[in-house]
Design a binder for this molecule. Sequence first.
Ligand code: HCA
Ligand code: CU
Length: 396
Amino acid sequence: MSLTNFAIIESTLREGEQFANAFFTTAQKVEIAKALDAFGVEFLELTSPLASPQSLEDCRTIAALPRRTRILTHTRCHMDDARVAVDTGVDGIDVVIGTSSYLRQFSHGKDIPYIIEQAINVVEFIKSQGVQVRFSTEDSFRSDLVDLLTIYRAVDQIGVNRVGIADTVGVANPRQVYDLVSTLRKLVSCDIEFHGHNDSGCAIANAYCALEAGVTHVDTTVLGIGERNGITPLGGLIARLYATDRSLVRKYNLPLLREVENLVAGIVGIDVPFNNYITGFTAFTHKAGIHAKAILNNPSTYEILDPADFGLTRYVHIAHRLTGWNAVKSRADQLGLELTDDDLKEATAHIKALADEKPMALEDVDAVLRAWHHRIPVPHAQTALAEITHRNGVAA
Ligand code: HCA
Ligand code: CU
């Protein structure tokens, strides 16, 4: 496994610009580039300078920023594009050409010998300009395997820096990715990149399997934004790698993840999903009494990620019918209310009964705990329920 030696190619400023809601201004691109640089991704990939006049300017501007991350741009595998791209000052150019029968028939209409000749010309030209070059095939998983391997071998032999496999339509599953990468790993000596779309929900697993099989570079975008429903999300890949071995992702500034995601979410006008990896608002919320008890004793019982490593905190949710007395006790301790175990168990039973009647808030739990602490008789659920209903402005 080459898991210890991988780099992230962060493509929010290329694939991410293909997201339906993305219309980045130059200032926004610069802000995103700086945030990702601070997070520590190894590469940023930018929209082709041929896309529009502003895209060309933006390539130049971002390439000229003081930064640690290396800057790549992305173009068709075509001499006209390569000439413009080498002139922007980027460190590398990612070229791509369609090899599936669909793309060959319905897109560029070229056959395999032509594609190989074109690839060789473009790769040799970019290298001769002292710029790094990656060659990738679009829709790799619906391309003929012999064609693919023939093309990759040809560019490897002329010294391409990296070849890329792209699951352009999100059709591949982890085992297929593992198989293709393993085959390619034996065939070429250059680096290998994986780019995977998420149409069937496999983008993170596919990227992970690609790494297990020997890729050196993985494409991500912040929150996975991209064409259609996007690609491997940066945070999801980080979570997956951390879960395997947290030392794999120590090279990144993990507490910045939430900030980077909030920045991009704000710019493209979306919310961070509630169930997002690491930063979703429920990602470290524990609810069931049995979970809460174990979490309070040792968080690892139900957490594979330590929220503190990401500058986040966990939350034990106690105001509901699934609560347990250990969790309720921890709240009483927080409030400095001394209660015997028997009192706590009684108070917990009362909370559960109330929760059966009405949604509860933490302050309702606190009211019950205070009542028990002061030995205020609360004869039955009805009394406290009346208080809640009153506060919520609903007639009891
Ligand atoms: C696209 C192109 C691409 C390119 C991937 C790559 C894809 O269809 O917009 O260059 O590695 O998914 O094939 O994003
Ligand atoms: Cu893509």
